[in-house]
Design a protein around this ligand. Structure first.
Ligand code: HXC
Length: 510
């Protein structure tokens, strides 16, 4: 019997050794942890249950039968994060560069099937070179199976990808179909084809960092939602993220008890809006002062900074926050902001996360660059996303809400449940000067007359009361009462039931 037990121990030891000491040392030398070390950090201590550690590939081409490593380049299983079940797979770069074989794909699809059937989030830790080149179409087919399951699980269970090494081919396409992508700075890269292929095809000389590092994907391309300095920070932040998420689209939102009262007022908010309407202020101050303990998990922080998106809690329950940021481009909506906001709103709606919108928006950004870049369709994405969302929607206009942007930002007309404004709100088709100069074009030469017209327009529309008189706002509230009023509205909306007409799916302007 002892011999049998020892044999199991030996086989387990071989599987845990992955690609061997030399490759593990190289992995550490690059500042990266191994697949198993990463899983240990992500999950609650001792909670990981591994599946399929003895699985090997069955390829016999290119002398592959002489290179079989148990586990075949991916570690899969489940465990808990603060007690909640999570499925996880981690690519093992020390085994064939983490590349995906048919057998490796089966390990992942088995896990995806379990996660979907048992309705719990799945996290992929990526550090891999795509399809296993030696396996040809078997590997490609394997990716197809993974992608198909990514799509079926989309909107049912949260799917999170963390890019922790050089990733190419299928190892970037699968993450692209998940809810969030996070990267590790300086050690992770994402590209469909690497720098060598780029050089051959386009004669462009580019480094891996320039082509697909975190610096590129968190800012320019917006492929990644956030970058972290190292593996440890990334994994600990994933634990924090999981705490915000429900396990599935039919599960309750997690509740994390909060000691901060939702009854106290914050007088500092009464002076947040500067006297000069063109002077910016930091909308994040309002977010942090409204949500529990100022705990805000920002998504896409470095991209389209004129709109802020992220997860937080009010009275312990998760909310999604979308806010115009007057500090960046005066909070204007442009194509990037439209896409960023829309994707986040749709994520929240998939998972029944109420949406709080803080509005201070001077309109859509004019100009050829925007129009040629598809502003109409990208702006429409945000409009569409808000309009189709059936989760509780609470909107607060702090200052400007001009033109189409007023309508887009979860207005009453798009089924906003509770629409509040601060007394500093201005709701109009456009700013007073622009409005007077269009309506009274004939008087443009007469500076005094125009100034009087601007004042008139201001007096009529530079306030929230016209909208309040029509019931487009439910109330004009004191800034210091914001947290209390929003918390009460969320309580009131807990039982909200609203369904869109039956359809196969909608046709959001992509
Ligand atoms: C088999 C692979 C591999 C692969 C890497 N390796 N990628 N083995 N199939 N796809 C192996 C290497 O042979 C090497 O083995 C080890 O992994 C480490 O790779 P290195 O190249 O030494 O590492 P590095 O210099 O860090 O470069 C990492 C890399 C590069 C950028 C990922 O390896 C690379 O470009 N690989 C190929 C990427 C690619 O084109 N994949 C196919 C994509 S097509 P040893 O034995 O020396 O340790 C695809 C289709 C899916 O995925 C469908 C999409 C729609």
């Amino acid at each position: 019997m002892q011999e049998i037990l020892e044999k199991l121990d030996k086989r387990r030891g071989e599987a845990r050794a992955g690609g061997g000491k030399k490759r593990t040392d190289a992995q550490h030398g690059r500042g990266k942890l191994t697949a198993r070390e990463r899983i240990e950090l992500l999950l609650d201590e001792g909670s990981f249950e591994e599946f399929d550690m003895f699985v090997e590939h069955r390829c016999t081409d290119f002398a592959m039968e002489t290179q079989r490593i148990p586990g075949d380049g991916v570690v899969t299983g489940w465990g808990t994060v603060n007690g909640r079940t999570i499925y996880v797979f981690a690519k093992d770069f020390t085994v064939f560069g983490g590349s995906l074989s048919e057998a490796h794909a089966r390990k992942i699809t088995k896990l995806q099937d379990m996660a979907l059937r048992n309705r719990a989030p799945i996290i992929g830790l990526f550090d891999a070179g795509g399809a296993r080149i030696q396996e040809g179409v078997d590997a490609l087919g394997g990716y197809g199976e993974v992608f198909q399951r990514n799509v079926l699980a989309s909107g049912v269970i949260p799917q999170i990808s963390v890019i922790m090494g050089p990733c190419a081919g299928g190892d970037v396409y699968s993450p692209a179909m998940t809810d969030f992508i996070f990267m590790v700075r300086d050690t992770s890269y994402m590209f469909v084809t690497g720098p060598d292929v780029v050089k051959t095809v386009t004669n462009e000389t580019v480094t891996a960092e320039e082509l697909g590092g975190a610096s590129v994907h968190t800012t320019k391309s917006s492929i990644a939602d956030k970058g972290y300095d190292n593996d440890v920070e990334a994994l600990l932040q994933m634990r924090r993220l999981i705490d915000f998420l429900p396990s599935s689209n039919t599960a309750e939102l997690p509740v994390i008890p909060c000691l901060q009262s939702a009854e106290d007022s914050d007088e500092s908010l009464d002076t947040l809006i500067p006297a000069n309407p063109n002077q910016p202020y930091d909308m994040k101050e309002l977010i942090l002062k409204t949500v529990d303990d100022g705990d805000f998990f920002e998504i896409q922080e470095a991209h389209a900074r004129n709109i802020v998106t992220g997860l937080a809690r009010i009275k312990g329950r998760t909310v999604g926050v979308v806010a115009n940021q007057p500090m960046v481009l005066a909070g204007v909506l442009d194509s990037d902001a439209g896409r960023k906001g829309a994707r986040f709103v749709r994520f929240c709606d998939c998972f029944n996360i109420p949406i709080i919108s803080f509005v201070d928006v001077p309109g859509f950004l004019p100009g050829t660059a925007q129009e040629y870049g598809g502003l109409i369709k990208h702006g429409a994405k945000l409009l569409f996303a808000y309009a189709e969302a059936t989760v509780p929607k609470i909107t607060l206009i702090t200052r400007k809400a001009y033109g189409g942007a007023y309508v887009v930002m979860a207005s009453k007309h798009l089924r906003g449940d509770i629409n509040y404004a601060w007394p500093t709100a201005e709701i109009a088709v456009m700013g007073s000067r622009g409005a007077a100069e269009i309506i009274y074009r004939a008087e443009l030469e007469d500076k005094q007359k125009i100034a009087a017209r601007v004042k008139d327009y201001e007096a009529r529309f530079a306030n929230p009361f016209v909208a309040a008189e029509r019931g487009f706002l439910d109330d004009v509230i004191m800034p210091h009462s914001t947290r209390r009023r929003i918390a009460r509205a969320l309580d009131m909306l807990k039982g909200k039931e609203l369904a869109n007409p039956w359809k196969k799916h909608d046709n959001i302007p992509l």
